[in-house]
Design a protein around this ligand. Sequence first.
Ligand SMILES: [Zn+2]
Length: 219
Amino acid sequence: MSDKSVQVGGMILGMVGTNCFYVFDENRVDEDGKVHVIFFDPADRGKLIYDKLTEKNFVIDIILLTHGHFDHIAGAEELKKLSGAKLYCHEKEMAMLSDPYLNLGDYFGCRVGKVKADGYYRDGDIIEAAGLSCKLIATPGHTSGGCCYYFEDDGILISGDTLFEESVGRTDFPTSSTSELMRSIKERLFVLPDDTIVYPGHGGVTTIGHEKIYNRYVI
Ligand SMILES: [Zn+2]
């Protein structure tokens, strides 16, 4: 059953235009009048993210990462400190967060400070926060610990740099694998319902059904 009160908000931040998304149930207001959110990929400027969400009466319950590249984590430490929210990623991505070679900070000349996850999840783990529930789907390929987050009841997929609108993530980086990326998309994402709305790490929003027809990079 689709719950229409579940919404996705977003902002674009950082030197390569990264989508930062937050998911919330607008009907679920706490006794202080605040709406709680799950925040994905604080790409840059943690204080700006915090201020914008606070202005709108949002509280961040948890921060989840789709992967550890610098352009998805540069705002993480500041956002953690200001919000008090804990940060999690896939088990295999832990080391990338604080390694400027692996997280491409050196490659793009944009070193981020040390980002530390408070814990990790594995494939199939259910994450309950902000009154919502989502499942981690491991989708190695862009990075070995890259993953997507699937809100099954709401038909929402946060796809990071695994699947883009009519494109896919690059696989020429440390821990990347083209064959793994293809397998992840075909076997883990293209099996989801066609009307699943896909929110990628860069570019426009799409659906699984649209990508199955029009994405010419998935072979
Ligand atoms: Zn990336």
